[in-house]
Design a protein around this ligand. Structure first.
Ligand SMILES: C[S@@+](CC[C@H](N)C(=O)[O-])C[C@H]1O[C@@H](n2cnc3c(N)ncnc32)[C@H](O)[C@@H]1O
Length: 341
């Protein structure tokens, strides 16, 4: 299954982070910045009841698809998941929004070629999203089934996107993967049923109780996810926004994150920690981030007892309670601050 290369994804730190999350308790595990859902899923598989949240619909869609289990989706009208995937792959391509805006066709208002996808793959994406929309409108698939298929489309289109990792821009020439035909793939569904709930919005507005364990993994650089993942966001929203300019960005400023601004980030994290009623909070951050290690530990210490774990080179565990991290001399270090009230 083609994974979306997601900035700041914690897939390489899943084991280390879930160890710190600990055993399931009465409360829920709440991943407030869920991204691709790697930590939400791992916690769910440990037996936690899971809530996940993100400002981006693309993120909540990818996360929901990870948490959905085989018992959540039956595709009854089609004889199962594999049959519907086969049907979607066999659709006749048609020229729609993706063909106009995100291929080399230049058949849009500004006459701009934006070759994120080959001409034929863009048309295939158009026909698949139109069919998913029709099936949902005609009540032939459920909301979970629709979410799963859209996540599959986000992931399979990512495999044939002519980009260098993110959707910030397309490559000058179509990459070799972009020349291959898009193939929608069925993923292995979770056998274990997870008690899950996913919400879209600012972390500050998510529902959190005292007994919950909260995981905070905010952006730490200036790169705004809403801009860097604008095409997955359009697939997830199933809309056709007015786009313009070289890269065809959808309007994204309303989703700009305070964590991406150096001056705002420390205030944003403190306001969030302060607002949370939960007894245990875990914060992931990087030595390459806007907020320095010292500042973040200082902020965290105001709200409870803290414990720090650091991981060098994204995964190699170095030590617990490392007292200082120097972003200039130390190699890139990811760390996890635990706050217990
Ligand atoms: C570092 S990524 C999370 C990565 C995730 N843990 C994973 O493993 O894929 C940060 C996420 O925070 C989201 N985000 C940014 N500002 C937010 C806010 N104020 N509230 C909720 N989510 C936000 C971004 O859309 C992005 O998905």
């Amino acid at each position: 299954m083609g994974k979306v290369r997601y900035l700041g994804s914690k897939t390489r730190l899943v084991d280390q982070i879930t160890e710190k999350v600990g055993k399931p308790s009465d409360g829920r595990f709440i991943d407030l910045f869920c991204g691709t859902g790697s930590i939400a899923l791992a916690s769910g598989l440990q037996g936690w009841k899971v809530s996940a949240n993100d400002t981006l619909k693309a993120a909540t869609t990818l996360t929901s698809a990870k948490l959905i289990s085989a018992s959540d989706v039956h595709f009854q009208s089609f004889g199962g998941y594999y049959s519907i995937i086969k049907k979607l792959n066999a659709l006749t391509p048609h020229k729609g929004y993706f063909y106009s805006e995100y291929s080399g066709s230049a058949e849009n208002k500004e006459g701009k070629a934006r070759p994120y996808f080959s001409l034929s793959n863009a048309q295939k994406i158009d026909s698949i999203r139109a069919e998913i929309r029709n099936l949902y409108q005609e009540n032939k698939i459920t909301a979970n089934e629709r979410t799963l298929l859209i996540a599959d489309l986000i992931e399979s289109s990512n495999e044939v996107a002519s980009i260098a990792g993110t959707y910030g821009c397309f490559l000058k020439d179509l990459s070799s993967n972009a020349l291959k035909p898009i193939v929608l793939k069925a993923r292995p569904l979770q056998k274990r049923t997870i008690d899950w709930h996913v919400s879209q919005g600012d972390a500050l507005n998510a529902k959190v109780e005292k007994i919950d364990t909260v995981y905070i993994d905010p952006p730490y650089t200036k790169r705004q996810y809403a801009a860097y993942y604008h095409i997955p966001e359009t697939l997830a929203n199933d809309d056709e926004p007015l786009v313009s300019g070289i890269t065809g960005l959808r309007p994204w400023k309303s989703k700009a994150s305070d964590f991406c601004y150096k001056a705002k980030a420390p205030i944003a994290i403190e306001n969030l920690i302060k607002s949370l009623p939960s007894r245990k909070i875990l914060i992931s951050y990087s030595s390459a981030g806007h907020i320095s290690f010292q500042t973040l530990v200082e902020i965290a210490s105001k709200y409870g007892d803290t414990d720090v774990s650091t991981f060098e080179n994204f995964g190699k565990y170095i030590s617990s309670k490392k007292s200082s991290i120097n972003a200039k001399s130390d190699p890139l270090t990811e760390y996890l601050i635990e706050i217990n009230r």
